[in-house]
Ligand binder design. Structure first.
Ligand code: 26Q
Length: 749
């Protein structure tokens, strides 16, 4: 069947079809089968509303979920074509930025897999976040063009028209099918401005920010370091929530009175929180009283918090709402009155004394559930960051530890390991992830240990050739692969890893040679206006070339900073990791999900007791994880008492001083740029808000201990086996089942 279809579409000439034609053929064969699949049904619909959906490439994943991958690959092969050509041609949708966006993608996969009646709602971004390129050891942002060829995004005839301030705009719905495991699908609905004008983008990611009716959906998180940019981001959120809410009311138009019974909206952080106001507004237009509307909304919305960083909690000036729609200001003020009746504590106010609207406060007061994303994170929310709220509404707070889809992050990314696991314990773990536990029985079996090491080496070899092809860099496949891949942020402390590498370089120069070379992989984008984050990238790229030029050090050490880290690159990096760097300042990383992906693929965690690392450590036990650093209580205490002094560490610790001063050494300044390096140097000794130096000694000691442990290959393999076997808890199927049972109250398989 497939063979005939492919031949028919390509006029019996697969051999000579252009890559574009071949891609279209495979796409259409796959899409046809998806169309015939049934959408899940149910009495209550879950809407997962998110500004980001980092779904990754879809073609291979969909073919695999449909069970047609091998037949297509075989057919192409018989005609002299390789399926990897077609896979490489499939565009990666640029619809997200980091963990929160990837989580939304994993959740859709699990929603489909568990047969939950749920959909994703968000926006199309024409040029995504941005595409990262490196020039002169600096990050440069350009537009990420991904919509230029037929893709998985389907334009629909559904449009909604409304006003943005005084401008009329039309929002058009687009759809992407999302397949779950074994024959089920759901839909991601993304809205786009009909009057979008791509030609507004002039240079890099610059565009005329004033023309809101033609620029709204150009980029995700447009630069908001200026007032105009901030207003644009506000307008974007309004456009997103207005479109999403219009769709919900449209779809449920015959049952608005009981909307709260048929709809539940999970908001992914506060970016979609305006929808709470918009639903109240609509319900009142429908004829409900303000009190009724509030009570309905309260039963419909649930909020997920992803951060405790104060600067990431959104606050919008009331004047922006006024300029957008006066009615919303009336609603906000009336909501504040309701809050006043419950508590006068300024900590729980929606509207503060500076007339700013706290979106997290709005979300907590007017939803029925607030959840954190890992157990420690939820504890910190309840006991410190959101304590005033938790005291008011103890029953609303709950934990939902994040998860990842094993289809993409094991089955698809690591077929060798998957097949091996199937041979050993059967394929039940693909739908019942905790069955992976059965693999632990083999932890002392020397043959299995050898096999696991061999599979890891195969994935490392794959990464080496992928890096050669995509970045043009040669990597030593027998080195230890140390991996830190995540957004660039000071709290994630890529700079701590940087200082370690500098330290190791000095040790090598002094003749203290490591037992085996180490390759440090980084993948990370810095927000365009985040100066210090970009300085950290600059320091790493500069150091990378210094090391490369040093004939001695380069034999033991290499830094590979992959350009434009995205889901496709993650799929190659993660299966190849030996060491998983999860080194955030304790209390700051809400959960992390890369830590779970690396663990599942047999990397060992080098981490602080932060986010989901705590749960990883509990699952595998202290002898199978490398934990270092100060505890979250200590850190929280240090903030409360202003008890951390970076300069003290710099002045009293010779290794720290040597590493930091290297940033502005002659050698670095010759290769890099003075402004960036000296700014980072100054930042680290005078402020260091995320306490890099606090954990330096412990980090160095623990990492060195880990590198020593690596040399006992069979024992290392045993630790890998324990990690793989205990990763089942982190399946997003488990997470989504908990959302379904405990928050959404919907049935699932
Ligand atoms: C806020 C204000 C202005 C502009 C942008 C933002 C903004 C944008 C994106 C704030 C936060 C984000 C994204 C946050 C994010 O990805 N958080 C991560 O969520 C993961 C899933 O829960 C967790 O695993 C990570 O720990 C958390 O960092």
């Amino acid at each position: 069947m497939i063979r005939e279809e492919l031949l028919a579409i390509t006029n019996n000439n697969i051999e000579e079809a252009s890559l574009d034609a071949l891609y279209q053929a495979v796409l259409s064969v796959t899409q046809k089968r998806i169309e015939n699949m049934e959408h899940v049904h149910g009495d209550r619909t879950v809407y997962y509303m998110s500004a980001e959906f980092l779904i990754g490439k879809l073609l291979s994943n969909n073919m695999m979920n449909l069970g047609i991958y091998h037949e297509i690959a075989q057919t192409l092969k018989e005609h002299g074509r390789d399926i990897s050509e077609v896979e490489g041609y499939d565009p990666e949708p640029s619809l997200g930025n980091g963990g929160l966006g990837r989580l939304a993608a994993c959740f859709l996969d699990s929603i489909a897999t568990l047969g939950i009646n749920g959909e994703g709602l968000g926006l199309v971004y024409h040029f995504g976040l941005f595409k990262q390129v490196f020039e002169n050891h600096m990050q440069v942002e350009t537009k990420d063009v991904w919509l230029d060829k037929p893709s998985w995004l389907r334009k629909t005839d559904t449009v909604y028209s409304f006003k943005l301030s005084d401008v009329n705009v039309t929002s058009r719905m687009h759809e992407i099918d999302v397949l779950g495991y074994r024959g089920k699908k759901t839909t991601l609905r993304l809205f786009d401005l009909d009057s979008i004008d791509e030609t507004l983008v002039t240079q890099g990611i610059d565009f005329d920010q004033s023309k809101v009716d033609s620029n709204l959906t150009l980029f995700l998180y447009p630069d908001d370091s200026t007032e105009q940019g901030l207003r644009l981001r506000f307008a974007q959120q309004y456009f997103m929530t207005m479109s999403n809410v219009s769709y919900i009311f449209d779809k449920h138009h015959d049952d608005i009175d009981h909307l709260y019974q048929s709809v539940v909206v999970q908001i992914n952080d506060t970016h979609p929180a305006m929808s709470i106001l918009l639903v109240i507004q609509r319900l009142m237009k429908h004829g409900k009283s303000f009190d009724e509307a509030c009570s309905d909304v309260q039963k419909m919305f649930a909020y997920t918090n992803h951060t405790i960083l104060a600067e990431a909690l959104e606050k919008w000036p009331l004047s922006y709402f006024e300029a957008m729609d006066h009615e919303l200001v009336v609603i906000i003020k009336k909501l504040q009155k309701k809050v006043d009746a419950v508590s006068k504590d300024p900590a729980v106010a929606i509207l503060d004394k500076d007339k700013r609207v706290h979106m997290a406060s709005l979300s907590i007061h007017f939803s029925y559930s607030t959840n954190g994303v890992a157990s420690l994170h939820t504890d910190i929310l309840v006991n410190s960051e959101l304590k005033a709220f938790a005291d008011l509404y103890p029953d609303r707070f709950n934990n939902k530890t994040n998860g990842i889809t094993f289809r993409r992050w094991l089955q698809f990314s690591n077929p060798e390991l998957t097949q091996y696991l199937i041979d050993k314990i059967g394929d039940g773990f693909l739908s019942e992830a905790t069955q992976l536990r059965a693999f632990e029985a083999f932890k002392d079996d020397a043959r299995v240990q050898e096999d696991v090491l061999r599979i890891k080496q195969e994935r490392k070899d794959d990464l080496v050739s992928y890096i050669k092809k995509t970045e043009g860099i040669d990597v030593n496949p027998t080195s230890v692969f140390d991996i830190q891949i995540k957004r660039l942020h000071e709290y994630k402390r890529q700079q701590l890893n940087l200082l370690y590498i500098i330290h190791m370089m000095h040790e090598i120069r002094e003749g203290h040679l490591p037992k085996r070379p180490v390759t440090f992989f980084f993948g990370s984008k810095a927000a365009p206006a985040y100066t210090i984050a970009k300085d950290i990238i600059h320091a790493l790229l500069t150091l990378s070339s210094i090391i490369e030029k040093d004939p001695v050090v380069s034999q033991y050490l290499q830094i590979v900073f992959v350009e434009n880290y995205n889901v496709s690159k993650a799929e190659h990096l993660i299966p190849a990791g030996d060491i998983s760097e999860q080194i955030s300042l304790a209390s700051k990383e809400a959960s992390g999900t890369g830590n779970m992906k690396l663990m599942l693929n047999g990397a060992l965690t080098l981490g602080t007791l932060d986010g989901a690392n705590v749960e990883i450590a509990d699952l595998v036990g202290p002898e199978n994880v490398f934990i270092f650093g100060k505890h979250s209580d200590t850190v929280i205490d240090l903030y409360a008492t202003s008890g951390y002094n970076a300069r003290h560490y710099y002045e009293t610790n010779d290794n720290i001083k040597r590493a930091i001063d290297t940033l502005v050494s002659e050698e670095m300044l010759k290769e890099g740029t003075h402004e960036n390096l000296s700014r980072l140097h100054h930042e680290l000794i005078s402020k260091d808000w995320f306490m890099t130096l606090l954990d330096f000694d412990d980090y160095v000691e623990t990492k060195n201990r880990m590198l020593d442990a690596y040399e006992d290959r069979l024992h290392w393999a045993k630790m890998m086996i324990v990690n793989i076997s205990n990763a089942g808890y982190f399946s997003s199927d488990r997470t989504i089942a908990q959302y379904a049972d405990e928050i959404w109250k919907v049935n699932h398989e």
